[in-house]
Write a protein that binds this ligand. Structure first.
Ligand code: SF4
Length: 583
């Protein structure tokens, strides 16, 4: 099965309410390419716009691209769903082995509907689907242990992917994620809570198949070219050596590293938590997603000594990257590497999104300082820099022992609506911010990006490249142009770190050995169509670009270009609405 490049797409439909499944062969979906493009179409077909994200009406789509597993760095899977965090479109991408397993199991996409009566996990073993009783796994809060137990019980070692939730997903924390393998995540926008609401603890995908190119000689040539660019480019080398934390020090220099709930863009303890410091002192090994020669995933070894036996210790392996160091480090004022690693480990254990967790806790800390909430709410004192307090607070986000933590588990947007402090609740489109206070382009990018993610259109990168502010109209067109091309990368589904490798020319060439002719112009046209369709879907789900909230705090602190200009942002947004949304 699995068409990959051909006209036919194979869709596995799974219904949790009836414990049934079926496979559709679809000739009408080839225009969508795969990944995001395919997922948007499947969401349009299957999701009722009014569906409650935590009800059986919500739908989850996993979709892979036509280059999986044929080419290097085509390593990601797209997950699409209605987000319980924003109430709108949810899209999250993860690497690991999931994409290869789905491709080799014979599918282009998997659609999951309904809700199970009792906890289950699903095993997709090529053409067969099994519904396993997960009652004994339900209640295990540790996503790592859940993964280990399932790995022991199921076949397919080396060719399978295990996507599962921790306790945060079971308890419907709206920013709970889904872990895949040990160090990759569908982190953003609450897919873990959607799993939890469906009583779905995990999905195991075992892929036993393979597929051949039509023109093996041509395939070899294109493959070698992609491989050569991927392994010799400076950008990819940087990701391998230090990983994304290489950005900690330069962003701090630029006054762009959000610190203490954006009290500043400069963290005075950066030397201690830079990518270089982690690499020199903590790095134990690097690993890669399937079929990736870059291996950007950096794993630290954390030695934890038992209190009463100083010569007894356990070593925990913890994956770290820039966003985690920002959200659980500088944003919380934590300048100890071991403290940050412990926070990352705790978040990973429960299966929480690290960025959202850091932002809700930094908001709570400021709200406590400003007496918008009290210690009766937080149960413990929260202080910037005190990682031990934050470890406890993360336990409380998972356990939700009182009304305050139940509200905090809804995300910072909702918590601030309830308690106040909206001016320093740092979410955009309902999604907690990423770690870039680089200038207007970053924030406009979060606001108009269809996932409200820094990865939608890389506004933070535009800020750093431009010497001067562009006219607002030009900036919007540039951001949308970038987002349109990223629809193609997300439909293929290649890792965004390889965006310099997969240029329109290379993408067009990479299709040829599989008998598909698609020009660079045609690729852009398809990107535009996918962007439009995704925007339409988002609008049908209730997206109102004229109601986007901008936290006042972003205007109070300096960026490397001075303070942000409110009028500029408002002109840019109004042009965006007129041109792209006709409002
Ligand atoms: S560069 Fe990193 S995130 Fe991207 S595919 Fe490779 S290992 Fe995965």
């Amino acid at each position: 099965m699995n068409s990959g490049f051909a006209d036919r797409k194979y869709i596995l439909n799974i219904d949790l309410s009836s414990y049934s499944y079926s496979v559709e062969e679809r000739d009408d979906l080839s225009e969508q390419i795969g990944g995001t493009g395919l997922a948007v179409e499947l969401m349009k077909e299957n999701l009722k716009p009014s569906a409650d994200p935590l009800s059986e009406e919500n739908v989850i789509v996993f979709a892979i691209g036509p280059f999986t597993p044929a080419y290097p760095l085509a390593s990601k899977t797209v997950a699409m769903f209605k987000s319980p965090l924003t109430g709108n479109l949810g899209e999250s991408h993860a690497g690991g082995r999931s994409a290869t397993s789905i491709a080799n199991a014979g599918y282009d996409a998997i659609v999951i509907r309904g809700r199970s009566e009792k906890p289950v996990y699903i095993v997709v073993d090529n053409e067969r689907v099994h519904f396993r009783d997960a009652r004994v796994l339900w209640g295990i809060e540790d996503s790592l242990i859940t993964g280990r137990i399932i790995a022991e019980r199921e076949k397919g070692r080396g060719i399978r992917s295990i996507m599962r939730i921790g306790g945060a997903g079971e308890r419907l924390v709206r920013f709970a994620g889904v872990m895949t393998e040990t160090y990759r995540h569908f982190g953003r926008l609450g897919l873990g809570a959607v799993f939890g609401s469906k009583k779905l603890k995990a999905i195991v995908i075992i892929g036993r198949g393979s597929r051949e190119p039509l023109d093996a000689k041509k395939y070899r040539e294109v493959y070698d070219e992609i491989f050569r660019i991927a392994t010799t480019s400076d950008a990819m080398k940087k990701y391998h050596l230090i990983g994304t934390p290489v950005n900690v020090a330069p962003l701090n220099e630029l006054r762009a590293l959000p610190t203490r709930n954006l009290e500043s863009g400069f963290f005075e303890m950066t030397e201690e938590i830079s990518g270089e410091a982690f690499a020199e002192n903590n790095l134990a090994r690097r690993i890669a997603c399937n079929h990736c020669p870059t291996a950007c995933i950096h794993i630290a070894a954390l030695k934890e000594v038992y209190e009463d036996e100083p010569y007894f210790f356990k070593t925990i392996m913890i994956s770290y990257d820039y966003e985690l160091i920002y959200s659980l480090g500088s944003m919380l004022g934590v300048g100890e590497r071991d403290g940050i690693l412990k926070l990352i480990h705790r978040v990973e254990t429960y299966g929480l999104d690290a960025m959202s967790t850091g932002v809700v806790l930094s908001w709570a800390t400021e709200a406590l300082k400003k007496r918008v909430i009290t210690e009766k709410d937080t149960i413990i004192p929260l202080d910037f820099g005190d990682y031990k307090g934050y470890l406890k607070a993360i336990d409380y986000i998972y356990l939700q022992p009182n009304e305050f933590y139940r509200n905090l588990a809804l995300g910072v947007e909702k918590a601030a609506e309830i308690y106040g402090g909206e001016e320093y609740a740092l979410s955009f489109g309902g999604n907690e911010m990423a770690g870039y206070h680089t200038g207007e382009a970053a924030y406009i990018g979060y606001l108009i990006g269809l996932r409200h993610s820094h990865l939608d259109n890389a506004g933070y990168s535009i800020d750093q490249k431009l010497r001067e502010r562009l006219p607002p109209e030009e900036l919007i067109d540039l951001l949308v142009k970038e987002e349109i091309w990223r629809q193609i990368l997300s439909s293929l589904v290649v890792c965004f770190f390889a965006r310099g490798v997969y240029t329109p020319e290379v993408v067009s060439k990479a299709f040829e050995p599989f008998g598909v002719e698609i020009s660079e112009e045609e690729l852009i046209k398809r990107g535009e169509r996918i962007y439009r369709e995704k925007l339409k879907l988002k609008t049908n789900l209730g997206y109102r670009a004229d109601k986007l909230r901008i936290p006042e705090k972003i205007f109070n602190i300096e960026s490397f270009r001075g303070k942000l200009n409110k009028n500029y942002i408002s002109e840019a947004l109004s042009y965006y609405r007129r041109k792209y949304l006709s409002i």
